[in-house]
Design a binder for this molecule. Structure first.
Ligand code: NAP
Ligand code: MG
Length: 494
């Protein structure tokens, strides 16, 4: 059977002959080919950005009110729910995520993000400031025009919504660039946008590698803002490239997040939270707490609780309703995680897992790694300091609050954290002391579109989510209006 060609999306249509289609997209659970992906070269990217620029500048986009754009987003969320099983199937093939988590987690979160920005679209307020009686001072917001949304492979559908919904709500056009390994969800998302009534060209998609297609997109002079989610190394490169043309950049990058468990915590709930955080999406989640810092007095007990439960985690075919953990999404990430494990297993104790897993047909050629628990991990070890982005949870012991905070903050990243204690003052004190963009206190990974995420340190810059995340898609503009014939001119010099 001939396999499909995944082609870029421009003006509401698939552009089939945009370039050579020689990259194979793979189902990570089975290793099977899903089809061939086109790579956009600089000229193809130029044509797609030109389409976006034209759609941005012309009717109907320029004539549409913010409330109407919000209405289109509401329709998009409704359509997504109506077609949820088709989307689940697409994401399952592309990413190998467990079907139950796609249905109960990713799809509802995506719809919630879109609905939040639908409601927020007409809530952007400018201001009037006081000046002299002869002048009125106005401050307002305007869209950038064409923005680039560069996506990672771990949550393609949610991440597309995270970029598209605020961009549309604020009246921009957006060009998405999915990771080369996972184009399916982003293409499906862009098609749904057109079905929802968003004018063709307002949401376009380029396909190809970061070094060719992504680089051409971020360097295009008509792209005035870049919203990037991915690794710290690529984020740093994008920020440097964007400096040449003074582009606005939003970077959501890596994390090496810590969960701190004090002896007085509800250990039962804390153990559940630790395993959820460490192993959801096989650990391929930027905000997951892959370090579990445990107070020494309860460490042995807590490690035993974690081990007993981790051994029962169901790893396997994502189509099975009972599956809790799926494969690594990309072959390269599988290799990276295994190389971390081979180094860590000589320095730490493996409480459970520690190697690849054999999953029966049809999944025998997938990228499987056992959920792995390590103890005896300390700052300075690679497994402690660096982001693995795989199903590896490291237990680190601490003696007191001060040491816990110091270990948690010892890494270069500052994305998320979680604190577990029944002492309310200490909980708040430690949550404040963590140098991270978000902290969950006695809870874990709950996601709300209304809460902003602003990464600290090498986890990124700027803000995503919440109202602030939407304002990040707008540039500021001030207008000073003279209303008296004898209004002063200049700085009082003339
Ligand atoms: P990545 O390698 O940095 O890639 C991210 C995206 O950037 C991909 O679409 C990639 O394209 C593209 N890219 C690479 N080089 C580029 C260039 N020169 N110009 C423009 N685009 C370029 O990250 P990943 O491996 O896909 O994703 C994993 C990382 O994402 C982890 O570090 C994780 O922590 C981070 N992440 C962070 C968040 C957050 O919110 N903070 C959320 C999810 C993931 P290709 O891959 O096609 O080459
Ligand atoms: Mg990549």
């Amino acid at each position: 059977m001939t396999q499909p060609t995944f082609a870029p999306f421009i003006d509401g249509e698939s552009w089939q002959d945009a370039g050579p289609a020689d990259f194979t997209v793979t189902n990570p659970a089975t290793g099977e080919s899903l089809g061939q992906e086109t790579e956009c070269d600089r000229a193809a990217v130029g044509k797609i950005v030109a389409s976006s620029q034209s759609a941005f500048q012309q009717r109907p986009w320029q004539k549409m009110s913010a409330a109407e754009r919000g209405g289109l987003l509401l329709r998009l969320a409704d359509l997504m729910e109506q077609q949820s099983e088709a989307i689940v199937e697409t994401e399952l093939l592309d990413t190998g995520k467990p079907i139950s988590q796609l249905r109960a987690g990713e799809l509802p979160l995506t719809a919630a993000i879109i609905r939040f920005y639908a409601g927020a679209a007409d809530k952007v307020e400018g201001s009037i400031k006081s000046g002299t009686p002869g002048e009125v001072l106005m401050q307002m917001y305007e869209p950038y025009g064409v923005v680039a949304g560069i996506l990672p492979w771990n949550y393609p559908f949610v991440n597309a919504a995270l970029k598209v919904a605020p961009a549309i709500a604020t009246g921009n056009a957006i060009v998405l660039k999915p990771a080369q390994e996972t184009p399916l969800g982003t293409l499906a998302f862009a098609k749904l946008c057109v079905e929802a009534g968003i004018p063709p060209g307002i949401v376009n998609v380029v396909l190809g590698s970061g070094s060719v297609t992504g680089q051409a997109l971020i360097e295009h002079p008509d792209v005035r803002k870049i919203s990037f989610t991915g690794s710290t190394a690529v984020g740093q490169h994008i920020q440097k490239s964007a400096a040449d043309q003074m582009k606005m950049v939003n970077l959501e990058c890596g994390g090496k997040n810590a969960m701190i468990v004090f002896a007085d915590a509800d250990l039962d709930r804390a153990a559940e939270a630790a395993l959820l955080s460490g192993f959801v999406n096989a650990g391929q989640l930027c905000v997951s707490c892959s370090r579990v810092l445990v107070e020494s007095s309860i460490a042995a007990e807590f490690e035993a609780m974690l081990t007993e439960r981790a051994q029962k985690i169901v790893l396997g075919n994502p189509r099975n309703e009972s599956t809790q953990v799926g494969p690594m999404i990309t072959r390269s990430q599988y290799d990276i995680a295994l190389s971390y494990l081979s180094e860590a297993t000589s320095d730490c104790n493996v409480l459970c897992g520690g190697s690849t897993a054999d999953i029966p047909s049809p999944c025998n050629d997938g990228y499987w790694i056992q959920p792995t628990l390590l103890s005896g991990v300390r700052p300075g070890m690679k497994v402690h300091d660096e982001e693995i982005f795989g199903p590896v949870l490291s237990v680190v012991r601490f003696k007191d609050e001060q040491e816990a905070v110091s270990i948690a903050n010892s890494v270069n990243y500052g994305l998320s954290g979680s604190v577990w204690t029944k002492d309310g003052s200490r909980g708040l004190r430690v949550s404040k002391a963590l140098d991270t963009g978000i902290c969950w206190l006695n809870t874990m990974l709950t996601g709300y579109p209304q809460i902003s995420l602003s990464p600290h340190k090498l986890s990124g810059t700027g803000v995503e989510l919440g109202m602030e995340g939407m304002l990040a898609y707008l540039k500021r503009k001030s207008i000073v209006i003279g209303i008296d014939d004898d209004a002063p001119v200049g700085w009082g010099l003339g």
